[in-house]
Design a protein around this ligand. Structure first.
Ligand code: NAP
Length: 503
């Protein structure tokens, strides 16, 4: 393989000036292949293939001001599928006139292009292909193409963009185009084309990255696997616990059939448990990280892998917490719609009439429910805010302080308010022995364990002596080392001084 000439780190390409969306996006008409209004000219680009991807690519290239030559095995039949400004011709003809050629055909048909080897000499081939499985072949498609055409320069790119994104414009889809090649100049040329089309080129280094780039579109929510399994695990545990308490216990002890509770009531008591515990799991790794930093007196010691992984998945865990909370809100609103609820209500009314009781108003219960619902709504509102601001488009519009204020401070407030919501729900049930079914405590008492640990830890960390030490550690101070440090004072001004580990 040719020697690697590019840096293999993920590096945002900044070769080109101007906004990345400088070119107008395709209008409504252009999605139907009519881009005749765009000025042709500029660089001539070839496209091999006349399928979905080739068509979308040609439309977008034409709209971005490129002269497009489409190479097809059957140009006559395919010409009507392309915009009038694109020239549809035989493969050899298209390849002859263009320096950069997008190979928009599947890997298994690459060998059929070998007849074109002579006309392809010295050209840049852009491999846009994807596989059907992760690590399907020994070498990447781009490396395979390069091995078939050693006299060409192959650049991997555009495979993470779908035909739909190409048609609708980068504004409606993924804006990033990952590019790699062993030839810097060829990579720069393709990056310029991507930029002119309204995409953001990202330099992924040399050709050995092609395999990784080809795997990206095939990965199914890689960052979500652990959080989803965590949420499912918690759901199954709490669901089983609630099922035992709400359905199995009355059946065994009183021969009462409460199976009807399973689809809504049991699910609805499980969802807030999952949501609440998941929310606390967003903040627990931060607490553990702070404990580790305080214990070792440095921020330069690597966290264990599991903690690192946990810290990286906080966003997904938080979003799943919000998802469960939103479902809980909808389920709760639907509770009065159930037949069982109406029958029980009527039964209570009849009993009351038989007993000649005029009112069943319990002041304490009324207040409990008012507060419980109110703090629940506030908690859901805050969780919605956290979820919205974690979206990349919103997060990018916030500066670091705004982002950390919302995600860290307001997130912690959401946890405290959720705790109030849980406490007002439970009220005095923890002290009522009838609530201990099969000696199992009410579910809400279990859910309080982790969140309360986090809240107490956060309160302890906010004590001036601990907060001060943590702040110093996070600014580079290390136990056992004599360093100069600069710290903000209580008034927000910075004070400087010298200290040693013993201070
Ligand atoms: P497609 O609709 O099946 O088109 C493939 C084209 O390959 C055909 O139209 C055909 O055009 C051409 N071709 C050349 N030699 C061929 C041969 N021997 N046998 C069959 N066809 C041959 O596929 P596509 O969806 O456009 O995908 C094309 C490439 O783009 C693939 O590598 C795919 O992985 C990649 N890609 C596609 C998307 C997407 O959203 N569709 C996204 C990213 C990457 P002629 O008959 O005119 O020669």
């Amino acid at each position: 393989m040719a020697p690697c000439s590019g840096a293999c780190t993920l590096l945002h390409i900044s070769w080109m000036s101007g906004g990345d969306m400088a070119k107008p996006l395709l209008g409504h008409r252009s999605t139907e292949g009519d881009c005749s209004a765009a000025p042709p000219g500029g660089r001539t680009v070839g496209v091999l293939g006349s399928g979905d991807f080739a068509r979308s690519l040609a439309v977008r290239l034409v709209c971005s001001g490129f002269k497009v030559l489409v190479g097809s095995r059957n140009p006559k039949r395919k010409a009507s599928l392309f915009p009038a400004a694109a020239e549809v011709t035989f493969q050899a003809e298209a390849v002859k006139k263009a320096d950069v050629i997008f190979v928009a055909i599947f890997r298994e048909h690459y060998s059929t292009l070998c007849d074109l080897a002579d006309v392809l000499v010295g050209k840049i081939l852009v491999d846009v292909s994807n596989n059907t499985e992760i690590n399907h072949h020994k070498e990447s498609n781009a490396e395979y193409l390069a091995s078939l055409f050693p006299a060409c320069t192959v650049v991997k790119g555009f495979n993470v963009v779908s035909a739909w994104t190409l048609q609708s414009g980068a504004r409606d889809g993924n804006k990033q185009v990952l590019i790699c090649s062993n030839n810097q100049e060829a990579k720069r040329t393709v990056a310029e084309i991507a930029q002119a089309m309204g995409f953001t080129p990202v330099d992924m280094g040399c050709m050995s990255s092609a395999r990784e780039i080809e795997n990206i579109p095939l990965r199914l929510l890689p960052a979500w696997k652990i959080p989803i399994f965590l949420a499912l695990g918690l759901f199954i545990c709490f669901f089983t616990y609630n099922l035992v308490r709400q359905v199995i216990h009355p059946y065994i002890r009183e021969q009462k059939n409460k199976l009807y509770k399973i689809p809504i009531e049991v699910v609805n008591t499980t969802l807030p448990c999952v949501s609440y515990v998941m929310l606390s799991l967003v903040y627990l790794p931060g607490v553990l990280a702070a404990c580790s930093q305080l214990y070792y007196g440095t921020k330069y010691r690597r966290f264990p892998d599991w903690l690192d992984q946990w810290l990286q998945h906080r966003k997904q865990i938080g979003l799943l917490s919000f998802f469960c909370a939103a479902l809980h809100a909808v389920y709760s609103l639907c509770l009065p719609m159930r037949r069982s609820h109406r029958y029980l209500l009527i039964e209570t009314a009849v009993k009351q009439a038989v007993e000649k009781r005029m009112t069943i108003w319990v002041e304490e219960e009324v207040w409990r429910m008012e507060i419980y619902i109110s703090v629940g709504i506030i908690a859901l509102g805050l969780l919605s805010l956290l979820a919205i601001t974690s979206l990349p488009s919103i997060a990018n519009s916030l500066n670091w302080r705004e982002f950390s204020f919302i995600q860290s401070s307001l997130g912690f407030v959401a946890l405290v308010i959720s705790t109030l919501h849980t406490l007002t729900y439970g009220w005095s049930r923890a002290f009522d022995e009838n609530q201990y079914k099969f000696y199992l405590p009410p579910t809400y008492t279990l859910t309080l364990l982790v969140p309360c640990t986090v809240i107490i830890a956060k309160v302890i960390f906010s004590l001036p002596c601990i907060q001060h030490r943590l702040l110093r550690i996070r600014r580079g101070w290390e136990k056992g080392r004599y360093v100069k440090f600069v710290l903000p004072s209580a008034t927000g001004e910075f004070s400087s001084g010298e200290t040693s580990s013993n201070v």
